[in-house]
Design a protein around this ligand. Structure first.
Ligand SMILES: Nc1ncnc2c1ncn2[C@@H]1O[C@H](COP(=O)(O)OP(=O)(O)OP(=O)(O)O)[C@@H](O)[C@H]1O
Length: 547
């Protein structure tokens, strides 16, 4: 059971603890049953005005054992599962941070999101059902043993009845499970349509025909999901009723069929019937919780599989002792770099290279090229996210490999075209935060957003404004190399001019090396050199033509 694997992920002995308390709870339960049966039998023999205080004391003790074992069991399972989930979440987040970039892209955000949020939620919401299933299973077995003690024949009858009933119930459950899966699929489709509604709100509002058409389609989807859900509810109800009928039928076998064959004289029918009535509770609990347990188990499987997958795609640079690079560099050299998506040699996949490029310290280099020519891909290779299949990157003659990659990445700050602005500054020491003010002024953001401590007081900004804040953060990192991917594309003409004519020269004065992807042909002269990418091939543009 994957849910139990999840429980034991941190080591310790939760299995034993659970089993111990489930056994204690079951002993308490059977003791309650046996005491009531014994007291009833005694009363029938000695008269109804006689109270056996000894048995009453045993009953209270059994009730206390049952109560405390149950409370411990349910509480403990919940606590153990929450601890395990917290542990797994932190471990998975750590693994995501250390994962190989390309392989993480393949895992996809959806899987990560589902496992870290929805799957963990399913488990923690249903933790009590694990305890219930365990306790109900053991208690049912204990009551069956009690019936065996009362009469081997009654035991056989009840065991066969329970097995047949269980089989019918499980068959119904399998059908229910299939319908449930269908319902989940339909609901996922509905969720997608709702996302369309929010993401495409503007487009929908702009066209009344699209809006009406979309409304009809989504209403139809709602109707369909409603029908499937009703069908699932009917299956659940049917299963419940049939389950109850099976038990009553079992009771009827005990009180009618056994005496009918003249076997009643050898069996204490009343005690067996009481035991059968008693076993209905734990058996229904077991069957009910098994369905929910299956969902928790599937969720645990999802989490554990993601954890294992992420462990398998840990970036190699995390597995080796990092080596530092000299703090001052003179040049970064890319030689014979070739990178192809989806593995080398696949003709259908896009590839860049072979690329030769030398970037000298303090230079401003522009990379230009049409849409899909490979500019962002080159930036990802340059930043060390994509490992080229051929070629190498050198810093002052030192080849960048697994051991030096971390130090190499530490040289680079970047604002990508699909940048993310964190509302908080992470990894920037408090004494550097004071340097943010002049940077915010330089980027004309000081009147719009400021740092309060290490947090921006506003990030509900336009894309161009957010990019300016992202550049502030990149500059606060004080790395020698700055990579900008179409940074100026979202800036207004005034600020675009300021960026190319004032800010870039200022960054050059500060000694930064800037590699910028740009389409702004008016300002190509702001670079020391310009390279043009054409279907993955990089060519220098002679300065007379470009700069
Ligand atoms: N993760 C990926 N897997 C496979 N192919 C990809 C992936 N990302 C990009 N590509 C392909 O690589 C090619 C180059 O993409 P890239 O984003 O580098 O272009 P670009 O020059 O930055 O384009 P744009 O100017 O439109 O931003 C495209 O044809 C794209 O389909």
């Amino acid at each position: 059971m994957r849910i139990i694997d999840l429980l034991t992920v941190q080591g310790g002995t939760p299995r034993l603890r659970l089993l111990g308390s489930a056994v204690a709870s079951s002993i308490g339960g059977v003791l309650l049953l046996a005491t009531v049966n014994l007291a009833a039998e005694k009363m029938a023999r000695t008269g109804f005005d006689q109270v056996d205080w000894g048995l009453a004391a045993v009953f209270i003790a059994a009730a206390a054992i049952y109560y405390y074992a149950e409370v411990f069991l349910v509480g403990r399972v919940g606590a153990d599962l929450e601890t395990a989930i917290d542990f797994m979440r932190v471990r998975i987040l750590g693994r995501i941070r250390r994962a190989d970039f390309v392989q993480l892209e393949r895992v996809g955000q959806q899987t990560l999101f589902e496992s870290v949020t929805q799957a963990t939620q399913t488990i923690s919401q249903n933790s009590q059902f694990i305890a219930l299933a365990l306790r109900s299973g053991i208690l049912s077995a204990a009551v069956l043993l009690y019936i065996l003690y009362l009469s081997p024949l009654a035991f056989v009858v009840v065991a066969v009845g329970v097995s047949v009933g269980g089989w019918i119930y499980a068959r119904l459950g399998a059908r229910l499970h299939r319908r449930h899966q269908e319902m989940m699929k339909e609901e996922a489709g509905l969720f997608e349509s709702l996302s369309d509604l929010f993401d495409g709100f503007k487009e929908i509002r702009l066209s009344s025909r699209r809006s009406a058409d979309f409304g009809l389609a989504i209403a139809e989807q709602f109707r369909h999901v409603g029908t499937v859900r009703l069908d699932v509810q009917t299956h659940i109800f049917n299963q419940f009723i049939i389950g109850q009928v099976i038990f009553y039928f079992l009771l009827a076998v005990v009180v009618f069929a056994i005496p009918a064959y003249g076997l009643g004289a050898h069996i204490d029918i009343v005690k067996v019937a009481t035991a059968v009535i008693f076993i209905i509770g734990p058996l229904s609990g077991l069957i009910h919780s098994l369905g929910i347990l299956a969902a928790s188990n599937a969720a645990a499987e999802k989490i554990l599989r993601l954890d294992a997958d992420l462990a398998g795609i840990e970036d190699v640079i995390e597995q080796v002792e990092p080596r530092s690079l000299p703090s001052d560099f003179s040049e970064i050299h890319l030689s014979g770099i070739r990178y192809a998506y989806d593995g080398a040699g696949d003709d259908s996949s896009f590839a860049i290279g072979p690329i030769d490029l030398t970037i000298k310290r303090g230079e401003i280099i522009f990379i230009t090229g049409g849409n899909g020519s490979g500019k962002s891909t080159l930036m990802k290779v340059l930043c060390g996210f994509y490992r080229p299949q051929n070629g190498r990157i050198d810093v002052d003659g030192t080849a960048i490999g697994s051991a030096t990659m971390r130090s190499y990445r530490e040289m680079i700050a970047a604002v990508y075209s699909d940048f993310h602005l964190f509302p908080r500054l992470y990894g920037i020491s408090p004494d550097r935060i004071a340097e943010a003010e002049p940077l915010l002024r330089m980027l004309e953001m000081d009147k719009i957003s400021n740092l309060h401590g290490n947090r921006f007081n506003r990030i509900d900004l336009s894309t161009g404004q957010k990019k300016r804040l992202a550049l502030v953060v990149a500059l606060l990192e004080q790395r020698p190399v700055l990579v900008l991917d179409e940074w100026a594309a979202d800036q207004d003409p005034h600020f675009r001019r300021r960026f190319y004519r004032e800010i870039l020269p200022e960054l050059r004065r500060r000694g930064l090396t800037v590699i910028a992807v740009t389409h702004d042909d008016v300002y190509f002269d702001a670079a020391d050199r310009r390279y043009h990418l054409d279907e993955g091939r990089l060519n220098i543009v002679p300065s007379a033509a470009g700069a």
